[in-house]
Design a protein around this ligand. Structure first.
Ligand SMILES: [Zn+2]
Length: 449
């Protein structure tokens, strides 16, 4: 049984699929006007752990992640860069896919619909909302959703507001917590340049929220099982998706809403002005492997605030290094997966993706009294969910001989037993073999001299 925290019911619920053995997931993807930052990546790693957890439990997973390649920001920045919208957004879409690959998120297992390729569907949905009286056309030709007409507005986010507001918002995002009628369709104006579509509802382009209602229904139907995103998307984005889809189709949009908490940097909100909106490449340039970042993310539950610091990343690097050293010591034989340890692991990961506790079970495997071959099999089995590429440990560390790793492990034990003489002699042996052992907060790591 998989339990998930559902933002809509504000409680942890047993997951019940619409189709037995299958799950449909929709995750809000990037707006490709810039490189994604590590806060965005946290959301995609969370979605990936969810995806892998269902696969691990034997589900067939259909996972959709949209690419927002037309909105206020993509138009503004493509024009200021003198590029067509497509050339501009393709650049950042490619970079986004590269980041996924580096974080071991297998993009072949996802479907990535692009907003610009789904304009017809959006026009159709907007027409339906106009016909049903949930939308209206303003003087300039833009079309707005009348939130006062949709009585469930606010059920996800809990926002409450004056229902008789006449104000409208044409930006894709609201300022603060104001609720207004939001744009479904924006009539063309000069600042859009050559970005427009000639359609039955006029010349213009879609608002931001409408694409997710359309692309989720096209791929998963309505209702579908799980919708994910960062908590910053609950309002207005997800609230608006619900309004559009439920008003148009008169049935539930999504059964389970899952939201990851924010990533802070050095205790502060990420922002351009603070220059702390790091990208994955900033991490790589400082000498860290991308999977160290993934490992760090798993130490905090997706539903907890996570404070990113370079010290924390360094600790994660050492931790992952130690883990790999221990795996290397297990030898090359792959035995049997331990059913009871898998049960322990499943209990944690199926409990609303409790990755910190799942990692603790991984350590228990290494300390357990099963054979090394069975430990290796079990660890690699868990890695189907964790996605740390632990199966590549052998080839990656092939240049560190096993006897050196053994010396390092014996030295650690000797130190723990306060046998410093033995520890020193083992360090000398490691050194003779051309390697250096470094003590770290969580143990040690071995490097070539
Ligand atoms: Zn969305």
């Amino acid at each position: 049984m998989i339990k998930v925290y559902n933002t809509l019911s504000r409680s942890k619920e047993e997951f019940k699929p619409i189709e037995e053995g299958e799950v449909g997931i929709y995750s809000c993807g990037p707006t490709v006007y810039n490189f994604v930052h590590i806060g965005n990546l946290r959301a995609y790693i969370f979605a990936d752990i969810l995806h892998r957890t269902f696969l691990y439990n034997g589900y067939k997973v259909k996972h959709i992640m949209n690419i927002t390649d037309v909105d206020d920001k993509t138009i503004r920045d493509s024009r200021s860069n003198g590029l067509t919208l497509k050339d501009f957004t393709d650049r950042y879409t490619t970079s986004f896919f590269e980041d996924l690959e580096k974080l071991n998120i297998n993009k072949e297992e996802y479907i990535f619909p692009r907003a610009t390729e789904n304009i017809d569907g959006m026009v159709k949905l907007i027409k339906k909302l106009l016909d049903k009286g949930f939308a209206y056309k303003a003087e300039d030709g833009s079309i707005y959703f009348a939130i006062s007409k949709f009585k469930d507005y606010g059920k996800l986010s809990g926002v409450d507001f004056e229902r008789d507001t006449k104000s409208r918002i044409s930006n894709d995002e609201y300022a603060k917590d104001e609720a207004h009628d939001f744009a479904l369709w924006k009539a063309w104006d000069e600042k859009d340049g050559d970005v427009f579509w000639e359609t039955d509802i006029g010349k213009g382009r879609p608002g931001w929220h409408i694409e997710c209602s359309v692309m989720s229904e096209d791929n998963l139907g309505q209702p579908f099982d799980i919708h994910t995103g960062g908590i910053d998307l609950i309002f207005p984005h997800h609230e608006n998706e619900i309004a559009q889809s439920e008003a148009a189709n008169e049935k539930t949009f999504v059964n389970y809403w899952m939201h990851n908490e924010m990533l802070m940097v050095d205790g502060q909100k990420m922002s351009k002005s603070l220059k702390n909106d790091y990208r994955l490449n900033d991490i790589i340039e400082k000498g860290y492997e991308p999977l160290v970042f993934r490992y760090l993310m798993l130490f905090t539950g997706y539903n907890q605030k996570l404070n990113f610091t370079w010290d924390a990343l360094e600790a994660a690097k050492n931790g992952l290094g130690n883990l790999k050293n221990k795996i290397l010591l297990l030898g090359n034989d792959i035995g049997e997966v331990s059913a009871s340890l898998v049960d322990d692991f499943k209990n944690e990961i199926n409990d609303d993706l409790n990755t910190p506790k799942a990692l603790a079970v991984l350590q228990e495997v290494l300390k357990s009294d099963i054979t090394n071959a069975d430990k290796l099999a079990t660890v690699l089995d868990f890695d189907k969910v964790l996605g740390l590429r632990l199966d590549e440990v052998k080839s990656e560390t092939i240049d560190i001989p096993e006897d050196v790793i053994k010396f390092a492990e014996d030295r650690k034990n000797a130190k723990q037993e306060k046998n410093f003489e033995l520890a020193d002699s083992l360090r000398a042996k490691i050194s003779e073999a051309g390697y250096e052992v470094e003590d770290t907060k969580d143990g040690y790591r071995v490097v070539r001299r």
